[in-house]
Design a protein around this ligand. Sequence first.
Ligand SMILES: Cc1cc2nc3c(=O)[nH]c(=O)nc-3n(C[C@H](O)[C@H](O)[C@H](O)COP(=O)(O)OP(=O)(O)OC[C@H]3O[C@@H](n4cnc5c(N)ncnc54)[C@H](O)[C@@H]3O)c2cc1C
Length: 342
Amino acid sequence: MTEAIKTDVLIIGAGPAGLFAVFELGLLDMKTHLVDILDKPGGQCAELYPEKPIYDIPAVPFVTGQGLVDALMAQIKPFHPEFHLNEMVETIEKIGDPLFRVTTDTGRVFEAKVVVIGAGGGSFQPKRPPIAGIEAYEGKSVFYAVRQMEKFRDKKLLIIGGGDSALDWTLNLQPIASHLTLLHRRDEFRAAPDSVNKMRALVADKEMDFVLGQVMHLEGDNGQVKAAVVKSAKGEQLSLACDAVLPFFGLTMKLGPVANWGITLEKDLIPVDTEKFETSVPGIFAIGDINTYPGKLQLILSGFHEAALMAQQAYHYVFPDKKLVFQYTTSSTSLQKKLGVS
Ligand SMILES: Cc1cc2nc3c(=O)[nH]c(=O)nc-3n(C[C@H](O)[C@H](O)[C@H](O)COP(=O)(O)OP(=O)(O)OC[C@H]3O[C@@H](n4cnc5c(N)ncnc54)[C@H](O)[C@@H]3O)c2cc1C
């Protein structure tokens, strides 16, 4: 069997909640390893909306998704967390009191005194639209997320969908695209009314097109789309020339292996108490979007708060004989030493 990596705390998921947990645990001298399915830290912020602005991080009036992740990475640097990316945690086994053996799909094994599940919505995947043969274009000219807006500069874009993502990317990409068409099957949207009004104003000014209909198939070669053949709401067949297609049909949140970890679940979420954010298994905590409790808000700031309280209880498992003394970073020289600032 592969030799286990021993750590105080194993964090599953390197989204904002998992990243901030490194900071709170680090202040209390707990060593962390993180595992994430994605190829980079940051969870939804990095994967789904790196260039979109976030306005509700306390004391940060404006930051992009990626900007927030970069700031969190800088903040946790003094604690030297170890990342294991492109790996999915498959099993958690209780082998002590508490001590857990955690294995990933690459066969890596951890032994951790505490496990923190920060798995967000699980392994999230974009919903694929029902267009036959679309797989051949994925990653080449069909994209389910915008990682870099520049990639779409001077391109003919077709955005499909009627939710916030479709409308937001329509407004963000329209100024840099050579031409943009938004395609939706009906003239009703599940998006912020302000975004819908802005989109309609651009259409009225002939700055972009809005088409009611559904894609039947794509035309192109070697993964490069040239046109989308669309059946309009009036039943006509249209050919919309495009260099890239961006379907935004929402996400399928696949809970994945979390369901098999022997933890009580409630509608695919993990119920926790609001003092320690501990699951039904002592020593296993759940923070961020994956947990549920009365009044839960799936916001980044909730995950930060939950990480701070979780760390207080985790300390007692990792250092059962030590007393925990509450300290401020502004005034504690010992905390400042850990942060490398004094
Ligand atoms: C378009 C959009 C805009 C948003 N805007 C805001 C906003 O303005 N303000 C705000 O507060 N919130 C916003 N949110 C919500 C916010 O992004 C989430 O609340 C936040 O990302 C949750 O953080 P998390 O760390 O709990 O989970 P996530 O960010 O979902 O990260 C969880 C991570 O766990 C990993 N994972 C899951 N299962 C496993 C496994 N078995 N093994 C290994 N890794 C695993 C996933 O790959 C993922 O990287 C927005 C969300 C979206 C989609």
